[in-house]
Design a binder for this molecule. Structure first.
Ligand code: KG4
Ligand code: ZN
Length: 276
């Protein structure tokens, strides 16, 4: 639905939420083979995110909780991403460094033993996922752009074009991705003017490499500075295959425990917790 616009259109998303929220909840309950009487509480994302879409979810969750007289738990969107590190690794240790890398956020946190979070660094402009989506738009690959660039990059040479690695040399744990995006814009403009065809596989691979390198270097720099032995990378962009591969090999050689949620739990999603 959002494809033709190259990004999520908030009003369309909100309307679609109204149309589908009931069916999605019923389908989730069917797949989990649970009944209304099995529910002890209703958890719903309360933000940050798109206000219209959040309003639909919160209203629906409130109505259910009120009708069933069970507690309503408002979940912070970023805490949801942070918690996804423990879905398939319940014994993942703390303290750890967690990189939340999504369409709206590129944030590095130190997560302490009691799971409280301290912000270490964040993007000063675009989020990494946003950079992927904007690049995909320039390359006419549709939306969401991250998965499309990930696929196309497998056909290209990551060393073909040298895009900048912003904020890598300066040190510090903040990020900036708007410079890479602008570099791509100028590269494509000059190429198109010259009349040469776009080597789209090489462009996708080189662009992806620049972003992945910055994310990996900063994440491991944070691990080193905080003197922890565990790193979690969560959020939509953590589904990226190149990012996962580079994180895994770096973690192995450095002896750092790594948590990467299964792909379905990288992008915005929900999961059920059963009382044992
Ligand atoms: O966490 P998420 O589902 O929603 C937000 O909270 O923003 O993340 C969505 C973002 C989009 O920007 C999308 O392009 C990106 O995650 N993404 C990826 C991949 N899969 C999703 N980026 C790079 N590679 C992927 N495989
Ligand atoms: Zn998200």
């Amino acid at each position: 639905m959002h494809g033709p616009y190259g990004g999520v259109v908030p009003e369309l998303a909100a309307r679609r939420h109204i149309e589908t929220v009931e069916a999605v909840v019923l389908e989730a309950m069917r797949r989990a083979t649970i009944d209304w009487s099995d529910l002890n509480a209703i958890a719903v994302t309360r933000g940050p995110g798109l206000a219209g879409a959040l309003l639909v979810g919160v209203s629906f969750g409130k109505a259910l909780a009120y009708a069933m007289q069970i507690p309503l738990i408002g979940v912070n969107h970023l805490e949801g991403h942070l918690a996804s590190a423990w879905i398939d690794q319940p014994d993942f240790p703390t303290p750890c460094v967690t990189l939340v890398v999504s369409g709206g956020h590129t944030h590095l946190y130190l997560v302490s033993r009691n799971r409280s979070c301290q912000l270490l660094g964040r993007t000063l402009d675009d989020a990494a996922g946003e950079a992927f989506d904007k690049a995909a738009k320039m390359l006419e690959l549709g939306y969401p752009g991250g998965p499309a660039i990930d696929r196309l990059a497998r056909t290209g040479d990551a060393g073909a074009i040298r895009f900048p690695r912003p904020y890598l040399k300066q040190g510090g744990l903040d990020f900036s991705f708007s410079g890479i995006k602008t570099a791509l814009l100028y590269y494509l403009r000059d190429l198109d003017r010259s009349g040469r065809p776009r080597p789209v596989g090489d462009v996708a691979a080189s662009f992806q490499e620049a972003i992945v390198e910055v994310l990996v270097e900063k994440a491991f720099d944070a691990v080193r500075r905080c003197q922890v032995r565990a790193l979690a990378v969560v959020g939509g962009v953590s589904a990226n295959s190149r990012l996962r591969a580079r994180l895994a090999s770096r973690a192995e050689s450095a002896g750092i425990r790594l948590a990467l949620p299964p792909a379905a739990y990288c992008t915005d999603n929900a999961t059920a917790a059963r009382r044992s």
